[in-house]
Ligand binder design. Structure first.
Ligand SMILES: Cc1ncc(COP(=O)(O)O)c(C=O)c1O
Length: 646
């Protein structure tokens, strides 16, 4: 290092530490962490404390004087670290498990201790090349052509946001009201959040109902896009999902690519959850067609076993990223590099950015890719084992089969021919079971709602989970005693089906008052005051035979209750059902998919006999659903029933 002047630490640096102290601190932390990881299996999977308890443990004014490091680590171990969900516990099957590895965690430590800013080549050429190398590996795994590019992000949400921003910049430039995004109702909520942040309004996001296997229907997508094109709109981007969060459903990527590209739209595939299944042969087969996407989100902090945070956006034509994101102000001109170098800050949202490539590279190099492939294969095997165990167990009912590591199911409960409808009772008891399982701390499963029914969701992704862990969790669910003692009534599918068939004599030709509204099963148990307020928000309308009352694909959100007369509900040219007095339509578009985005109208409604209805604004129904327990569940069940019977 001849010629380099080495400054010594100034004596008055109040944050300086000598080497010995630094080593002692580091060894202490490493020893504690190794112990924590080695004894993870003995820990509860989840411990949550109350705000008051934790405030009592932790809150204090900022210290003026130094404290002993050992004591601080003790405090973290006593007051902070126990109160977490161990996403890396082998019996954590909730949400998306996240199990890092030790080499990758050390990679994070290196990136942090070396305080690398991986934003520009000049200041991080080594880490930038490492990122290029890791991205090149990913490119190969996903079958992207040369010229594809990417950027590591904090996670899938950031990658999805960046993808939409990039597509808009490349295909449209500034925001206009003509642009439309297309998503399935199984898309991840981060897409809705991104759309919101990027200024897409309600009628600029089309939520398309997925089919019975939770996959986007290419024909529906095509019709929606053609309708918009016909109305002078510009289909901007289709967000398909390859491994949906609910059930790991994979949209038909090849057909969707055809539909999207034929209409000039960008295809983004959100494979945040399922993407790294490509490492295994079965996974690669399931994801066939993914390389046709214009961009792909994939999360190394999910199946690739990297510690949080590590996401990635890959773009088929890599140069699009720089075109969308690069801005070089005067104070950053010193960074300009040779033509073949990359400033990763020019490819995404962050200027200062940690080097996430170090942990990814270190993990993959330490164990070798075959080890990761084996982990993916084992997850797939274990989810299939779970499916077999559920099918074979008369106490359990399969909801969706194993797909990319996820299986969903319900516990069966013996019939109880009481007042409450059976589906709702089973759903409620399953929810109680999932909550009690979490409180017990021995295994964690979480839940979702599939086609209007509560479902327990098991996601097997952890490199440490084994067949015994899967058996343990399922046996626990199947055998845990659940007390049915609350008397709280939540009605479900059967009740909603009854509501669809009802034809109350008193309604025809009569005005509707709040007391009678409460006679309708959908609004049962609504307090009189809420029923009155809701009714007051409605407008009575007369219709004649042949009137077009709602048009498929149009964005409008009123909810309708028929007082008399008859209407025909149609999809394309096909009649789905006819409805009469006491029945409702418009509940699907009245529901939110997220951040106010919603389905357009999924069917056309035409009057076949003259009559009257009350039209309620979506906001009034929304308020009623929030205010009165049970109404939202019944509306959702009805919507799910109708979506399934289109
Ligand atoms: C399909 C899908 N997309 C996006 C995300 C969001 O990813 P992140 O939590 O890394 O922001 C998730 C998270 O579970 C996901 O499952």
């Amino acid at each position: 290092m001849a010629g380099v002047h080495r400054p010594s630490m100034p004596d008055d640096d109040p944050l300086a530490l000598d080497r010995e102290t630094m080593r002692r601190m580091g060894y202490l932390v490493v020893d504690r962490l190794v112990e924590r990881i080695a004894t993870l299996r003995d820990e509860r999977v989840l411990t949550t404390a109350s705000r008051a308890d934790l405030a009592a443990r932790i809150d204090e004014p900022p210290p003026g004087e130094p404290r002993a490091f050992e004591e601080l680590i003790d405090r973290l171990e006593r007051d902070v670290l126990p109160f977490v969900g161990h996403f890396d516990h082998p019996r954590w099957f909730g949400y998306v498990p996240g199990s890092g590895t030790w080499p990758s965690a050390l990679g994070d430590l290196i990136a942090s201790a070396a305080n690398i800013d991986a934003g520009a080549w000049r200041e991080a050429s080594g880490p930038s090349q490492l990122e290029l190398t890791v991205l090149e590996w990913f490119r190969g795994w996903f079958g992207y052509p040369e010229g594809a590019g990417g950027v590591l992000t904090s996670g899938g949400s950031a990658a999805n946001l960046s993808a939409i921003a990039c597509a808009r910049e490349i295909l449209a430039g500034p925001m206009t009201e003509r642009l439309v995004l297309y998503v399935s109702d199984q898309s991840h909520s981060s897409i809705a959040r991104a759309a919101r942040q990027l200024g897409f309004r309600q009628d600029q996001v089309r939520v398309i109902a997925a089919d019975e296997a939770d996959r986007l229907r290419p024909a529906d997508l095509a019709t929606a896009m053609d309708t918009d094109l016909g109305n002078g709109r510009q289909p901007l981007l289709v967000a398909a999902v390859a491994g949906s969060t609910n059930t790991a459903a994979i949209d038909p990527l090849v057909e969707i690519a055809e539909v999207a590209h034929a209409r000039g739209a960008w295809l983004h595939v959100d494979a945040a959850y399922g993407g790294f299944a490509v490492l295994a042969e079965r996974g690669a087969r399931a994801l066939a067609g993914i390389a046709q996407a214009d961009s792909i989100t994939v999360d190394p902090h999910k199946w690739l076993q990297m510690p949080f945070e590590a996401g990635c956006l890959m773009v088929r034509e890599g140069r699009h990223l720089e075109r969308a994101f690069a801005i070089v102000p005067d104070y950053l001109r010193d960074r300009a590099g040779a033509a073949d170098t990359v400033n990763f800050a020019d490819r995404g949202l962050q200027l200062t950015r940690a080097s996430r490539a170090i942990k990814i590279w270190l993990g993959l190099e330490t164990f070798g890719v075959d080890a990761y492939r084996a982990v993916v294969d084992r997850s797939l095997d274990l989810a299939e084992l779970a499916e077999r165990l559920i099918r074979a167990d008369p106490r359990l009912e399969l909801a969706t089969p194993a797909s990319l590591g996820i299986v969903t199911f319900r516990r069966r409960f013996a019939d109880d021919p009481g007042a409450e409808d059976d589906a709702a009772r089973v759903d409620r008891l399953n929810a109680q079971l999932v909550a009690e399982l979490a409180a017990g701390g021995e295994a964690l499963l979480t839940s979702t709602v599939l086609h209007g029914r509560y479902a327990i969701r098991m996601c097997v992704l952890n490199h440490g989970s084994g067949a015994d862990d899967v058996r343990f969790a399922l046996e626990h669910v199947a055998s845990m005693p659940i007390q049915d003692a609350t008397g709280h009534v939540v009605e479900g599918e059967a009740t909603a089906a009854r509501a669809m068939g009802m034809d109350p004599r008193w309604l025809r030709g009569n005005d509707l008052d709040a007391a009678h509204l409460r006679d309708l099963p959908l609004f049962a148990a609504t307090p009189l005051e809420d029923a009155e307020r809701f009714l007051a928000s409605g407008r009575e309308q007369r219709f004649r035979a042949g009137d077009l009352m709602v048009e498929q694909w149009v964005f409008s959100r009123d909810f309708h209750l028929i007082l008399d007369g008859r209407v025909s509900i149609q999809s394309g040219q096909r009649e789905l059902v006819t409805l009469g007095a006491g029945e409702v339509f418009g509940e699907i578009a009245a529901l939110d998919w997220g951040r106010d985005f919603t389905y357009g109208r999924t069917a056309t409604v035409i009057a076949t006999e003259p009559g009257r209805l009350i039209a309620f604004p979506q906001a009034a129904l929304g308020e009623l659903m929030r205010a009165v327990p049970g109404v939202e569940q019944r509306i959702r069940t009805l919507a799910a029933h109708r979506l399934a019977n289109r």
